[in-house]
Design a protein around this ligand. Structure first.
Ligand SMILES: [Zn+2]
Length: 523
């Protein structure tokens, strides 16, 4: 049995009854006593660790993160900061020169909404810098691919190729594909054979990164390659993050056939929910809305017909799998709630979440509560998208990034980052949740400031509520019986909340411990 007494002047426990303490006794990875009880129970001869920094708090849980995508990004070019097509192309050219011959140009996360001329690019521009290699660059939200001519040719996409269900091959005035593939049309490129670099070493680097920013648990949204890599890491004792692993829609039948059930696994690696898509994203104008976007035709895209979404949701829930469904637009949220109504009507007590729940009809908010549906939200999406939301959705017709409204209606809110769409640092998310301001302090007073929440509420959404949203109640608070996952940070967030909330964003994690074990230390 291992037994350690952890001490610090300011330990925030997350336990509403005893929010602050100064000592934690940890036995075999779990807190067994706090405060004076801990010191007394420890007795003489117990190992004692004085934790560094200005504050100790529970480790954070990112409830929605794509770690395979994040890991592969570590091996690709980052186009997010480019401010023009020309700058973007120059970055692609420079990156392509570093790649071995024939290796595919992928990812990139370009964001034309931030370019001087915010128009979606075409294949001809990409052809000028990609050389004789396939290029298929993802947009920042992952809902659009910008392909070069060679990629279209290898995938057999021509003017005669019909749009797939739930997707669009964008065409120019003469009917030729421009290279922009939206939503399910991205999958047309899957026929191109390419060597993927092995995932495991990149996932290990990714793990170190997440531990270093204070994350001790994640709910991973990516696919079976990530599942296999995580299972290998766990078998080798190299998995230090607690990972709840989602199953993607295309793998549902495989999961059921294997007997996969949500909650299977151990303290470190567990079977999570199935992830479905009901619509696209705001930046690509593919969110499914009840009214058209301002300045654009159409109400976005339904990722699959409602009947199919309902059937697949029920198939998963009946098989013992929890369900999380992506919904950005108000129409998408309305429809997903209706699929969940059908789950509840069958008396199925599965955990249900809506991923993003970004722009919701105010009348639908009470339905989340009535159906016990978790709003799984990403505060950094609000601060990244606020200008776009103003521009294409307009004044306050909808409850947008409406954390306060959800909490006030008694809805459970879990937070995450949706990395690599946004940075995985949870302190960026806490800052956005509390201020609704970007890093530069804009807009003054916060965007729709009535939707701000308190630091305690935001931390709850990144800890207890995130764990509970995947069925875990034995982690998230530093109190007896809970897993000893904690971080020591350089500043006291609760002191900053009133005086200088902007500084929450710059929090530095000095130590991260999972089950009491040191897994990250800042040197
Ligand atoms: Zn996502």
């Amino acid at each position: 049995m291992s037994r350690t007494l952890f001490r610090h002047d300011r330990i925030w426990t997350g336990d509403a009854g005893v929010p602050w303490t100064t000592a934690l006794l940890v036995e075999d990875g779990r807190v067994v006593a706090v405060g004076g009880d801990a010191v007394e129970a420890a007795g003489a001869g117990t190992d004692t660790v004085d934790l560094p920094g200005a504050l100790v708090m529970p480790g954070l849980h990112d409830a929605h993160i794509h770690t395979e995508w994040l890991a592969r990004d570590l091996s690709s070019v980052d186009l997010r900061e480019a401010r023009s097509l020309e700058e973007t192309l120059e970055l692609v050219r420079a990156h392509a020169e570093t790649l071995p011959e024939g290796e595919v140009l992928h990812s990139g996360r370009w964001n034309h909404n931030r370019w001087a001329v915010p128009e979606q690019p075409d294949r001809h521009a990409l052809d000028t810098v990609s050389g004789d290699r396939v290029a298929a660059l993802s947009s920042v939200d992952g809902h659009t691919i910008w392909a070069n001519s060679l990629a279209l040719q290898r995938a057999g996409i021509t003017r005669d190729t019909p749009d797939p269900v739930g997707g669009e091959i964008v065409r120019d005035a003469s009917g030729e594909p421009t290279g922009i593939l939206r939503e399910s049309a991205q999958e047309l490129l899957a026929v191109i054979p390419h060597e993927e670099s092995p995932l495991r070493p990149w996932l290990e680097r990714c793990q170190d990164w997440l531990l270093s920013v204070g994350l001790t648990s994640i709910t991973d949204i990516d696919g079976e390659d990530a599942r296999t890599a995580y299972a290998e890491l766990h078998a080798d004792g190299a998995l230090r993050l607690r990972v709840t692993k989602c199953t993607r829609d295309p793998d549902l039948e495989l999961a059921i056939a294997e007997g996969r059930r949500s909650g299977q696994g151990d303290d470190v690696f567990r079977v999570g929910p199935v992830k479905f898509f009901s619509d696209g994203a705001l930046g690509s104008h593919t969110a499914h809305m009840t009214e058209p976007f301002i300045g654009h035709e159409g109400c976005g895209i339904a990722a699959m017909p409602y009947e199919l979404l309902l059937e697949r949701t029920l198939t998963a829930a009946r098989a013992g799998l929890d369900v999380v469904t992506h919904a950005i637009g108000d129409e998408a949220n309305r429809l997903v709630l209706s699929t969940f109504e059908a789950v509840r009507a069958e008396g199925l007590e599965r955990l249900l979440r809506i991923e993003h729940a970004q722009h919701v009809l105010p009348v639908d908010i009470p339905r989340f509560r009535a159906l016990d549906v978790v709003a799984s939200m990403q505060p950094s999406h609000c601060t990244a998208d606020l200008e776009l939301a103003d521009e294409i959705i307009g004044p306050r017709r909808l409850a947008s990034y409406a954390w306060r409204s959800f909490l006030d209606a008694g809805v459970r809110v879990a937070f995450g980052s949706d990395a690599p769409v946004e940075d995985p640092n949870p302190f960026y998310g806490l800052h956005a949740a509390v201020t609704r301001q970007r890093a530069d302090g804009q807009p003054l007073g916060g965007w729709r400031p009535e939707e701000r929440i308190t630091l305690t509420e935001a931390v709850h959404a990144f800890t207890v509520a995130a764990h509970e949203s995947v069925g875990r109640t034995d982690v998230g608070r530093l109190m007896p019986g809970q897993l000893a996952d904690l971080v020591a940070v350089d500043r006291d967030l609760w002191a900053l909340e009133e005086s200088s909330p902007a500084d929450i964003r710059d929090t530095v994690v000095l130590q991260t411990r999972v089950g009491g074990e040191l897994v990250h230390e800042r040197r």
